[in-house]
Structures are given as structure tokens and as C-alpha cells.
Design a protein around this ligand. Structure first.
Ligand code: FAD
Length: 347
């Protein structure tokens, strides 16, 4: 088949890679230069983890996590620094309880640590007596930039062609191709105007602290962090920033987000310097239920919005679903939590 893929983020590149590997003639269209920082997949790192508070995603990750190993094998490059995840929260907090339930029921390796045990992994950590840290070894930091690069390189090695620097004309692509895959990230509403997504500007940065060990997520503040690197410790918050037009070029970091991040890190690790440096922004495209959206537009086009701030770890998996749909071996209807429009997919 002759397939056009719109968007060279992690989802579009993954779809193109799978389709190219399966022998299709694939062209990728990206409106900015490849690997630019205008969408959602750029930057150094993303958290990958088996553990989710929602058993549905823990189940999805059972399929998605091994795809990172496949990508490492195919590319010959290590992408995931598998340092594990510590999820901090009150023992009785709903997300902590449901996460542990999901890990238990799906037999995902994990342990529930108290403050003393958690200190063996991150010595600086501070925990209240009513808090636990859920540790899952199958988690870590994926090198996002390298993941995009190797996905692109592999796709190219399978014969995939790339066109960048211009927004794709989808109607034209539909005329010229057997199928079109739309993975346009924050620009999805240009194509699916009624999609229930909101685009927000997210601010993150680096605190000047040497905090080793697992990636971490704080249940109460929804802040997260990575093991320190040469810039310090990357920290952010999984909370929606201000609403944002993705076509706007000026992206001003939100000071209140930075204040919130630094105070959460101070509370959790006692880091004295509250200055967040190397500040950057990225776009979240979020749905009210934080589920992804997958649907069809006409007879030739399938779209995906792997959104709500957690789509990178599932990017190769979502790309594979899109490739399967193009080949007629899967359909949006088989993914009721994602299917758009919702009328037919209500769960
Ligand atoms: C600060 C931040 C932290 C995050 N942390 C995590 C994390 O730890 N773990 C995790 O799993 N996820 C995380 N995410 C979410 C994750 O990064 C996104 O869900 C994922 O990158 C979305 O990928 P995508 O390919 O759908 O979109 P994008 O990467 O935005 O790719 C879409 C591409 O389509 C292009 N495009 C749009 N319209 C057109 C057109 N008409 N023609 C051509 N090209 C077009 C855009 O330019 C863009 O490059 C985070 C996101 C942010 C912002």
C-alpha cells in the first residue's frame, strides 16, 4: 500500500517504522524541520513505566513496554535507562491503592516501601509516616531524542521517505495515497474539530540537585522527576498549564508552575536551592478522561491523539495500532476506551 503519515512525533514515526518494515511505501510529512521542539515529543527524556493507577493502562503497558526493547534491539542502541519508578503517596490515596491493586492483579513486579526502605534508593527522600513508595523495577527514563532519531533512521532504512518544513494537505494526500495516518499531536483539531481535547503549555526545568536512583512521581502534587544528569534533576508537573494555541511561536514558561515544581521537590527531597534552571516548554493535548483518541476520517484516514501527557511511553504501541488499522487487522472499534466518536465507543 501507499501510505502517508502526517506528523513526525513519536507516534507518527512509530507508525511509519512499522508500516515501512512491513513493506509498504510510506511517506512522512512533518510541518516543521524534523526533530524540532514545537510539538510534544522533543526534549531529553520521558518516563516509561509499567505501573499506572488505572489497570487498563497497566495492561496496555504489558504490550507497550517490550516494544522499547524491540526498538533497542533493532537499532542497536540503548534507549531506556531502566532505573525503576518510585510512586510516592499516602497509603490510602485512591491512585496509590488502585495502582497496587493493578500491579497485583496483573502480576507486575513491585514492592511497597516505607520511608526507610525508600531511602535506600533515594537517600534524600522525605516521607510522612502515612506515606508509601510503590517501587516498580520495570520503569525508567527513555532518551526521547534518541528514540525519535532511531525511529526515523530505522524507518528510512525500510525505505520510508520524509518531507519536512510544510504543513501537509491531507485532502491531497488522500487523493494520492491508499491510506493516510494522522498523528499531528496538538494540531489534531485542525482535522477533527469536535475532538474533546485541550492544548496546554507545560513548563518544566532542572533543579540543581544530585538525586540519584529511580524516576519518581509524587501522587499529591503530581510532580515527577528523573535521575540527575549534567543539567541537574529534570522535574515537571502532570497538571494542565495555560491553554495554548499550538501555532503561537512565543512560548513563555509559566512561573507559577515553576514555583509549584520547586516547592514539591523541596518538600519531598529537602532540596534547598529552589531555583529551576534550563527551563523549557512542551505541549500537552489532553482529553477529559486522559484516554487517547483513535478514529477514522472518511474511508482512507485514521487518526490518533496519544495525549494527556502520557503518550510517549505508549508511542510505539500506538504507532503499531495505527499500522494494524491501515492493514485492516485492527480498528478503532476494538479500542473502546480510545474510539472516537465516543457515541459508539462509550464504556
Ligand atoms: C512536558 C511534557 C512531559 C511529558 N512527559 C511524559 C512522560 O514522562 N511519559 C510519557 O509517556 N509521556 C510524556 N509526555 C507526553 C508525550 O510526550 C506525548 O504524549 C507524545 O510525545 C505525543 O506524541 P505525538 O507523536 O502524538 O505528538 P507530537 O510529538 O506533537 O508530534 C506531532 C507532530 O505532527 C506535526 N504536525 C501537525 N500537523 C501537521 C501537518 N498538517 N503536517 C505535517 N506535520 C504536522 C507536528 O509538527 C508534530 O511534530 C510529556 C509531554 C510533555 C509536554
Amino acid at each position: 500500500m501507499k501510505v502517508a503519515v502526517v506528523g513526525a512525533g513519536i507516534v507518527g514515526l512509530s507508525a511509519a517504522r512499522f508500516l515501512g518494515k512491513r513493506g509498504h511505501r510510506v511517506e512522512v510529512y512533518e510541518r516543521f524541520p524534523l526533530f524540532a521542539n514545537r510539538g510534544s515529543s522533543h526534549g531529553r527524556t520521558r518516563i516509561v513505566r509499567r505501573a499506572y493507577p488505572d489497570a487498563f493502562y497497566t495492561q496496555c503497558m504489558a504490550e507497550a513496554y517490550p516494544l522499547w526493547g524491540d526498538l533497542e534491539r533493532d537499532s542497536g542502541q540503548t534507549l531506556v535507562n531502566e532505573v525503576g519508578l518510585l510512586y510516592f503517596g499516602r497509603r490510602d490515596a485512591p491512585r496509590v491503592v488502585s495502582m497496587v491493586d493493578a500491579l497485583q492483579s496483573l502480576a507486575v513486579p513491585h514492592s511497597v516501601l516505607n520511608g526507610v526502605q525508600a531511602k535506600e534508593l533515594i537517600p534524600q527522600v522525605r516521607m510522612e509516616t502515612n506515606e508509601v513508595a510503590v517501587f516498580t523495577p520495570e520503569a525508567g527514563a527513555v532518551d526521547a531524542a534518541a528514540a525519535l532519531r532511531v525511529s526515523h533512521d530505522l524507518a528510512r532504512s525500510y525505505g520510508v521517505e520524509f518531507h519536512s518544513g510544510e504543513a501537509a494537505d491531507v485532502a491531497k494526500l488522500e487523493r494520492e495515497h491508499d491510506a493516510v495516518v494522522l498523528a499531528p499531536g496538538a494540531w489534531i483539531r485542525e482535522y477533527v474539530p469536535d475532538l474533546d481535547v485541550r492544548v496546554t503549555l507545560q513548563t518544566y526545568g532542572y533543579v540543581q540537585a544530585t538525586i540519584p536512583g529511580p524516576v519518581w512521581i509524587d501522587d499529591e502534587s503530581l510532580t515527577y522527576g528523573f535521575p540527575s544528569d549534567d543539567l541537574g534533576q529534570k522535574v515537571g508537573a502532570h497538571l494542565p498549564g495555560p491553554e495554548f494555541d499550538p501555532n503561537q511561536t512565543e512560548r513563555i514558561p509559566t512561573q507559577s508552575d515553576l514555583d509549584q515544581i520547586s516547592s514539591a521537590v523541596h518538600r519531598r527531597f529537602g532540596v534547598e536551592s529552589l531555583r529551576v534552571e534550563h527551563v523549557a516548554t512542551c505541549l500537552y493535548t489532553s482529553t477529559p478522561d486522559e484516554d487517547f483518541r483513535i478514529g477514522r476520517l472518511g474511508s482512507k484516514t485514521v487518526f490518533a491523539s496519544a495525549c494527556s501527557g502520557h503518550g510517549f511511553k505508549l508511542g510505539p504501541w500506538t504507532g503499531r495500532i495505527l499500522a494494524d488499522i491501515v492493514e485492516g487487522n485492527d480498528s478503532p472499534e476494538r479500542h473502546p476506551r480510545f474510539q472516537w466518536p465516543r457515541e459508539r465507543g462509550e464504556v
